[in-house]
Write a protein that binds this ligand. Structure first.
Ligand code: PBG
Length: 330
């Protein structure tokens, strides 16, 4: 009936900045942000052409970057390795002296307060670029891959990772990793599941950055069909039952309906959303052309992800946003 009363005027609460702040429903602060980082074994850091502002960094530059993020109040990083050597089983992924393992130790030494999350997948380490060990048909063999990613997660935990994030969408991945971590005594290492990861066109720039594009075929036999939302609920429920501590949805903005549905269905579980490389590249391109006010468009975008129900926002804009919010005194 509210709208039919002539004297109900919602605009009254929008009249001044103080009023608007008082009734604001959603906030965005640096506390919610995770910065993805690419660590390379190459001798020098390099730019990622399709992601202006993002670099593949050497271990030395990683140390500098980690300090800068910590000083700005970004609480966490998500690490991806870009190894020099690749083979059929992705053996570099769980090597004790692998690039991610060394990177975790470097960050923990340099910025001990920074939370380190590691991506657990084989695609950057396999010579065929697929997320698992291939079967006779050339598809990732689910159960053989589970043994591999469990080892990868344990090696990350042994290096000092706080959170591991399996991104391969293998069935039973969360259970296999939780069991392996527990058996190795890593009871405190948390598990952030890429519970709902779509087979998306928006990962294109990432595959440039991490050199992890499949050499043939695609990822549609394990990543989800963009048409499906009910199936997302099923994936999320399985991951919760298998022991996930955080549920992630990826990409973010094209799937805010899924974020909102998970938020309702799993009220007790933190939700993360990954604003992926293609989402970043679109904003960067429009801003570079002068078609969008970058700062305003980015803050609005990330706020929309929070409004949909995400507690945690993984974004290549993390450092910029932390700086902007600090300038604003927020
Ligand atoms: C797989 C992985 C991918 C991304 C994160 N982890 C690529 C893929 O599934 O093809 C994409 C992230 C992004 O686009 O920003 N290790």
């Amino acid at each position: 009936m509210e709208g039919s009363f002539p004297h109900v005027r919602p605009r009254r609460l929008r009249r001044t900045d103080v009023l608007r702040r008082m009734v604001r429903e959603t906030t965005l602060s640096a506390d919610h942000l995770v910065a993805p980082l690419f660590v390379t074994e190459e001798p020098a850091s390099s730019d990622v052409a399709s992601m202006p502002g993002v670099r593949r960094v050497t271990l030395d530059d990683l140390r500098t970057e980690a300090r800068a993020l910590a000083e700005l109040g970004v609480p966490a990083v998500l690490l991806f390795g870009v190894p020099e050597h690749k083979d059929a089983s992705g053996s570099g992924a769980d090597a004790a002296e692998g690039i991610v393992q060394r990177a975790v130790r470097a960050i923990k030494h340099e910025a001990p307060g920074l939370l380190v999350i590691t991506d657990v997948c084989l695609c950057e380490y396999t010579d065929h670029g697929h997320c698992g060990v291939l079967d006779a048909r050339g598809l990732p063999d689910n159960d053989v891959t589970l043994e591999r990613i469990a080892r990868v997660a344990v090696s990350h935990a042994a290096a000092g990772a706080d959170v591991v994030a399996p991104s391969g969408m293998m069935d039973g991945g969360v259970r296999a990793i939780r069991a392996a971590l527990d058996a190795a005594g890593h009871l405190d290492v948390a598990l952030m599941a890429y519970a709902v990861k779509y087979a998306s066109a928006f990962y294109g720039p990432f595959r440039d950055a991490a050199a992890g594009a499949p050499a043939f075929g695609d990822r549609r036999t394990h990543q989800m069909d963009p048409a499906n939302a009910r199936e997302a609920l099923r994936e999320a429920a399985l991951d919760v039952a298998e022991g996930a501590d955080v549920l992630m949805v990826k990409p973010a903005v094209p799937y805010l309906d899924v974020v909102a549905r998970l938020r309702r269905r799993h009220a007790g579980v933190p939700i993360a959303a990954y604003h992926v490389s293609g989402e970043y590249a679109m904003l960067k391109a429009a801003a570079a052309a002068g078609w969008l006010d970058e700062r305003a468009a980015v803050l609005e975008t990330l706020l929309s992800i929070r409004r949909a129900g995400a507690d945690i926002v993984i974004t290549y804009y993390a450092k910029d946003v932390a700086r902007w919010l600090r300038q604003d005194g927020r």
